[in-house]
Design a protein around this ligand. Structure first.
Ligand SMILES: Nc1ncnc2c1ncn2[C@@H]1O[C@H](COP(=O)(O)OP(=O)(O)O)[C@@H](O)[C@H]1O
Ligand SMILES: [Mg+2]
Length: 244
């Protein structure tokens, strides 16, 4: 059996019967504000505490903004900043990657090729075993051709697999898209899919919840489980009596 990588987010590891199979690449899909970035950050934080070096690569925000948001949200995780300063959790914002893709008129698969190469060298430089890319939505927005999009995604995944890093890739989706998700190329390309529902869709019910839609190499819960974002991390509200 493949080694499991604990996310460190207790309920998620329970829903995965131990954790993410090592080396898997997992999409964290959800609407804006659902908590994708913080979820991914906590994953790297928990793993860095166990000595597993992680890289947080953002295609959307500057390094200082990412660190500020994370430390503001997770005030109880007092050693988060220290792990970042000590390069146990390496944050690479748009200012460092040079990926100003929102502003760049001509973004092509060539640009993404350079981006994938940059990821490779980051993994090697820091000896990272965990990687987050926040988010890969932009790639889809900018590469309209479905074949090219799939090729670029496959290149990214092949690099992550070659280095055997366990990775989370966030992806913005609209809540009603969940039913369509299983037909998207992402569903076939990536090893796992988590969906975070912000709870906006159901009138009168604003409780956010998370679902594991797919995880290659692992049995997992099919339950949709409520969660909350707390100063000490993401709290997955599994009922004790619920047998997964
Ligand atoms: N300082 C904070 N205090 C309380 N909640 C926060 C704080 N910062 C963020 N949040 C919560 O986290 C959510 C944003 O999380 P984030 O991971 O950035 O979402 P996403 O990446 O999916 O857009 C906010 O909608 C809010 O509920
Ligand atoms: Mg985000």
């Amino acid at each position: 059996m493949r080694k499991r990588v604990e996310t460190g987010i207790a309920g998620i590891d329970k829903m995965l019967y131990g954790g993410i199979p090592e080396g898997n690449d997992v999409v964290v899909a959800g609407g804006p504000g659902s908590g994708k970035t913080l979820f991914s950050m906590e994953f790297l934080y928990r793993n860095a505490k166990q000595g597993e070096i992680g890289i947080f690569i953002s295609l959307e925000e500057d390094t200082s903004m990412i660190i500020e948001n994370a430390t503001n949200a997770f005030t109880d995780l007092s050693d988060l900043k220290q792990l970042i300063d000590n390069k146990k959790l390496v944050v690479y914002g748009t200012d460092k990657t040079g990926m100003y893709m929102q502003r760049e008129a001509q973004t092509s698969s060539y640009t993404f090729g350079k981006f994938v190469t940059a990821i490779e060298s980051l993994i090697e430089t820091y000896n990272a075993t965990r990687v987050v890319i926040d988010s890969v939505s932009l790639i889809k927005l900018l590469i309209r051709d479905p074949f090219e999009y799939r090729t670029v995604s496959m290149n990214l995944v092949s690099v992550l697999r070659r280095f055997n890093v366990t990775s989370l890739l966030t992806m913005e989706i609209e809540a009603p898209d969940r039913e369509k998700l299983v037909f998207l190329p992402e569903f076939f390309v990536y090893d796992g899919i988590f969906v975070m529902y912000s709870g906006e869709a159901e009138a009168g019910n604003r409780v956010p919840s998370i679902e594991i839609v797919k995880m290659r190499g692992s049995a997992h819960s099919y339950a949709t489980v409520p969660y909350e974002i707390t100063p000490s991390g993401i709290n997955i509200m599994l009922l004790n009596e619920r047998k997964l």
